[in-house]
Design a protein around this ligand. Structure first.
Ligand code: ADP
Length: 206
Protein backbone atom coordinates (compact mmCIF):
# COMPACT_ATOMS: atom_id res chain seq x y z
CA UNK A 1 0.00 0.00 0.00
CA UNK A 2 1.79 3.12 -1.21
CA UNK A 3 1.53 6.08 1.10
CA UNK A 4 2.29 9.57 -0.18
CA UNK A 5 4.18 10.19 3.07
CA UNK A 6 7.72 9.12 3.79
CA UNK A 7 7.58 7.04 6.96
CA UNK A 8 5.19 7.52 9.87
CA UNK A 9 2.55 10.18 9.88
CA UNK A 10 -0.85 11.22 11.28
CA UNK A 11 -4.11 10.99 9.32
CA UNK A 12 -7.16 12.53 11.00
CA UNK A 13 -10.78 11.80 10.04
CA UNK A 14 -13.36 14.13 11.61
CA UNK A 15 -16.97 15.22 11.26
CA UNK A 16 -20.25 15.03 13.20
CA UNK A 17 -22.08 11.85 14.18
CA UNK A 18 -23.29 9.78 11.21
CA UNK A 19 -20.76 11.38 8.83
CA UNK A 20 -19.08 8.04 8.08
CA UNK A 21 -15.90 8.43 10.20
CA UNK A 22 -16.01 4.82 11.38
CA UNK A 23 -16.75 3.66 7.82
CA UNK A 24 -13.74 5.57 6.52
CA UNK A 25 -11.48 4.25 9.31
CA UNK A 26 -12.66 0.69 8.57
CA UNK A 27 -12.05 1.24 4.83
CA UNK A 28 -8.46 2.41 5.34
CA UNK A 29 -7.70 -0.32 7.89
CA UNK A 30 -9.18 -3.06 5.67
CA UNK A 31 -7.00 -1.97 2.75
CA UNK A 32 -3.90 -2.06 4.98
CA UNK A 33 -4.80 -5.60 6.09
CA UNK A 34 -5.22 -6.65 2.44
CA UNK A 35 -1.74 -5.24 1.83
CA UNK A 36 -0.52 -7.61 4.61
CA UNK A 37 0.47 -4.80 6.91
CA UNK A 38 0.40 -5.23 10.67
CA UNK A 39 -2.59 -3.28 11.93
CA UNK A 40 -3.92 -2.64 15.41
CA UNK A 41 -7.12 -0.68 16.08
CA UNK A 42 -8.06 0.88 19.42
CA UNK A 43 -11.19 2.47 20.82
CA UNK A 44 -12.11 3.87 24.22
CA UNK A 45 -13.67 1.40 26.61
CA UNK A 46 -16.66 3.67 27.32
CA UNK A 47 -17.97 3.42 23.76
CA UNK A 48 -19.61 0.01 24.16
CA UNK A 49 -22.76 0.77 22.20
CA UNK A 50 -22.19 -1.96 19.63
CA UNK A 51 -19.16 -4.12 20.36
CA UNK A 52 -16.52 -4.35 23.03
CA UNK A 53 -13.90 -5.75 20.68
CA UNK A 54 -14.68 -4.11 17.35
CA UNK A 55 -15.15 -0.75 15.70
CA UNK A 56 -18.61 -0.72 14.10
CA UNK A 57 -20.12 1.77 11.67
CA UNK A 58 -23.79 2.74 11.83
CA UNK A 59 -24.22 0.78 8.60
CA UNK A 60 -23.00 -2.38 10.33
CA UNK A 61 -19.43 -2.97 9.08
CA UNK A 62 -16.91 -3.92 11.74
CA UNK A 63 -13.19 -4.35 12.26
CA UNK A 64 -11.47 -5.93 15.28
CA UNK A 65 -10.40 -3.41 17.90
CA UNK A 66 -8.93 -3.36 21.38
CA UNK A 67 -10.95 -1.37 23.90
CA UNK A 68 -8.71 0.64 26.22
CA UNK A 69 -9.35 2.88 29.21
CA UNK A 70 -7.01 5.69 28.09
CA UNK A 71 -3.88 6.53 26.08
CA UNK A 72 -1.77 4.63 28.62
CA UNK A 73 -3.83 1.56 27.74
CA UNK A 74 -2.76 1.89 24.09
CA UNK A 75 0.83 2.29 25.19
CA UNK A 76 0.84 -0.85 27.32
CA UNK A 77 -1.07 -2.89 24.72
CA UNK A 78 1.58 -2.07 22.11
CA UNK A 79 4.38 -2.87 24.58
CA UNK A 80 2.78 -6.30 25.13
CA UNK A 81 3.88 -7.27 21.64
CA UNK A 82 7.29 -8.04 23.11
CA UNK A 83 10.67 -6.62 22.22
CA UNK A 84 13.31 -5.90 24.82
CA UNK A 85 14.31 -2.41 23.76
CA UNK A 86 11.96 0.31 24.82
CA UNK A 87 11.96 3.94 23.83
CA UNK A 88 11.93 6.76 26.36
CA UNK A 89 8.15 6.74 26.40
CA UNK A 90 7.94 3.02 27.05
CA UNK A 91 7.12 1.74 23.60
CA UNK A 92 8.87 -1.42 22.40
CA UNK A 93 11.53 -0.81 19.77
CA UNK A 94 11.11 -2.34 16.35
CA UNK A 95 7.93 -4.35 16.94
CA UNK A 96 5.25 -1.73 16.42
CA UNK A 97 2.40 -2.32 13.95
CA UNK A 98 2.69 -0.66 10.54
CA UNK A 99 -0.69 0.99 11.10
CA UNK A 100 -2.41 2.07 14.31
CA UNK A 101 -6.07 3.10 14.02
CA UNK A 102 -7.92 4.84 16.84
CA UNK A 103 -11.68 5.51 16.81
CA UNK A 104 -13.67 7.92 19.01
CA UNK A 105 -10.49 9.91 19.56
CA UNK A 106 -12.41 12.77 21.21
CA UNK A 107 -12.82 10.68 24.38
CA UNK A 108 -9.06 10.38 24.95
CA UNK A 109 -7.13 12.88 27.03
CA UNK A 110 -4.41 15.32 26.01
CA UNK A 111 -1.84 12.54 26.52
CA UNK A 112 -3.01 10.94 23.27
CA UNK A 113 -1.15 13.69 21.37
CA UNK A 114 2.42 12.80 22.49
CA UNK A 115 1.61 9.11 21.98
CA UNK A 116 0.43 9.72 18.40
CA UNK A 117 3.50 11.85 17.71
CA UNK A 118 5.85 9.21 19.06
CA UNK A 119 4.20 6.49 17.00
CA UNK A 120 4.59 8.64 13.88
CA UNK A 121 8.22 9.32 14.76
CA UNK A 122 8.73 5.54 15.02
CA UNK A 123 7.44 5.09 11.48
CA UNK A 124 3.84 4.16 12.24
CA UNK A 125 0.93 5.34 10.09
CA UNK A 126 -1.55 6.59 12.70
CA UNK A 127 -5.18 6.95 11.62
CA UNK A 128 -7.29 8.94 14.09
CA UNK A 129 -11.08 9.19 13.75
CA UNK A 130 -13.46 11.14 15.96
CA UNK A 131 -15.75 14.08 16.53
CA UNK A 132 -14.18 17.48 15.94
CA UNK A 133 -17.02 19.22 17.83
CA UNK A 134 -19.09 18.25 20.88
CA UNK A 135 -22.90 18.68 21.07
CA UNK A 136 -22.38 22.36 21.89
CA UNK A 137 -20.29 22.72 18.71
CA UNK A 138 -17.17 23.34 20.82
CA UNK A 139 -13.82 21.70 19.89
CA UNK A 140 -13.68 18.23 21.46
CA UNK A 141 -10.84 16.86 23.62
CA UNK A 142 -7.44 16.38 21.93
CA UNK A 143 -8.88 16.93 18.42
CA UNK A 144 -7.79 20.56 17.86
CA UNK A 145 -4.13 19.77 18.46
CA UNK A 146 -4.25 16.54 16.45
CA UNK A 147 -5.87 18.41 13.54
CA UNK A 148 -3.11 20.99 13.65
CA UNK A 149 -0.31 18.41 13.74
CA UNK A 150 -1.67 15.91 11.20
CA UNK A 151 -0.25 15.45 7.70
CA UNK A 152 -3.71 14.67 6.38
CA UNK A 153 -7.17 15.81 7.51
CA UNK A 154 -10.43 14.58 6.08
CA UNK A 155 -13.50 16.47 7.25
CA UNK A 156 -16.66 14.47 6.49
CA UNK A 157 -20.26 15.68 6.56
CA UNK A 158 -23.50 13.88 7.36
CA UNK A 159 -26.99 14.83 6.13
CA UNK A 160 -28.93 17.38 8.18
CA UNK A 161 -32.07 15.65 9.49
CA UNK A 162 -34.01 18.94 9.19
CA UNK A 163 -33.15 20.23 5.70
CA UNK A 164 -30.96 17.67 3.93
CA UNK A 165 -27.96 19.99 3.62
CA UNK A 166 -24.47 18.78 4.56
CA UNK A 167 -24.38 18.44 8.36
CA UNK A 168 -21.32 19.50 10.33
CA UNK A 169 -22.74 19.34 13.89
CA UNK A 170 -24.15 16.73 16.27
CA UNK A 171 -27.52 17.75 17.72
CA UNK A 172 -28.11 16.40 21.20
CA UNK A 173 -31.75 15.92 22.13
CA UNK A 174 -33.08 15.18 25.60
CA UNK A 175 -36.68 14.02 25.41
CA UNK A 176 -36.96 15.53 21.87
CA UNK A 177 -35.74 19.00 23.02
CA UNK A 178 -32.29 20.49 22.31
CA UNK A 179 -29.87 19.84 25.17
CA UNK A 180 -28.68 22.84 27.17
CA UNK A 181 -25.11 24.14 27.02
CA UNK A 182 -24.38 23.03 30.60
CA UNK A 183 -26.23 19.73 30.56
CA UNK A 184 -23.73 17.12 31.76
CA UNK A 185 -22.15 15.05 29.00
CA UNK A 186 -23.41 11.88 30.68
CA UNK A 187 -27.05 12.06 31.79
CA UNK A 188 -28.10 8.99 33.75
CA UNK A 189 -31.61 7.75 32.98
CA UNK A 190 -32.43 10.53 30.49
CA UNK A 191 -34.06 9.75 27.15
CA UNK A 192 -31.41 11.26 24.92
CA UNK A 193 -30.54 10.94 21.26
CA UNK A 194 -28.33 12.55 18.63
CA UNK A 195 -29.00 13.81 15.10
CA UNK A 196 -26.77 15.25 12.41
CA UNK A 197 -27.53 18.94 11.73
CA UNK A 198 -26.19 21.79 9.60
CA UNK A 199 -25.02 25.07 11.19
CA UNK A 200 -28.43 26.68 10.67
CA UNK A 201 -30.42 23.89 12.30
CA UNK A 202 -28.03 23.05 15.13
CA UNK A 203 -29.50 24.26 18.42
CA UNK A 204 -28.05 24.60 21.92
CA UNK A 205 -30.53 25.68 24.60
CA UNK A 206 -29.47 28.14 27.31
P1 ADP B 1 -19.71 8.07 12.27
O1 ADP B 1 -18.58 7.14 12.68
O2 ADP B 1 -19.23 9.37 11.68
O3 ADP B 1 -20.74 8.27 13.36
P2 ADP B 1 -20.65 5.83 10.75
O4 ADP B 1 -19.57 5.39 9.82
O5 ADP B 1 -20.83 5.02 12.01
O6 ADP B 1 -20.47 7.38 11.06
O7 ADP B 1 -22.08 5.79 10.02
C1 ADP B 1 -22.31 6.43 8.79
C2 ADP B 1 -23.62 5.85 8.24
O8 ADP B 1 -24.71 6.33 9.02
C3 ADP B 1 -23.97 6.32 6.84
O9 ADP B 1 -23.33 5.55 5.85
C4 ADP B 1 -25.48 6.10 6.79
O10 ADP B 1 -25.77 4.76 6.46
C5 ADP B 1 -25.90 6.27 8.25
N1 ADP B 1 -26.68 7.49 8.57
C6 ADP B 1 -27.70 7.57 9.46
N2 ADP B 1 -28.15 8.83 9.59
C7 ADP B 1 -27.42 9.61 8.75
C8 ADP B 1 -27.41 11.02 8.43
N3 ADP B 1 -28.24 11.89 9.02
N4 ADP B 1 -26.50 11.44 7.53
C9 ADP B 1 -25.65 10.58 6.94
N5 ADP B 1 -25.62 9.26 7.21
C10 ADP B 1 -26.49 8.76 8.10
Amino acid sequence: LKSPYHGGHLEVIVGPMFSGKSEELIRRVTRAVIARQRVRVFKPLLDDRYHLSAVASHAGRTVDAVAVRDAAGIRSNLALDGGSETTLLGLPGGVLPDVVGIDEVQFFGADLVPLALELAAQGVRVILAGLDLDFRAEPFGPMPELLARAESVEKLTAICTVCGAPATRSQRLIGDRPARFDDPVVLVGAQESYEARCRVHHEVAN
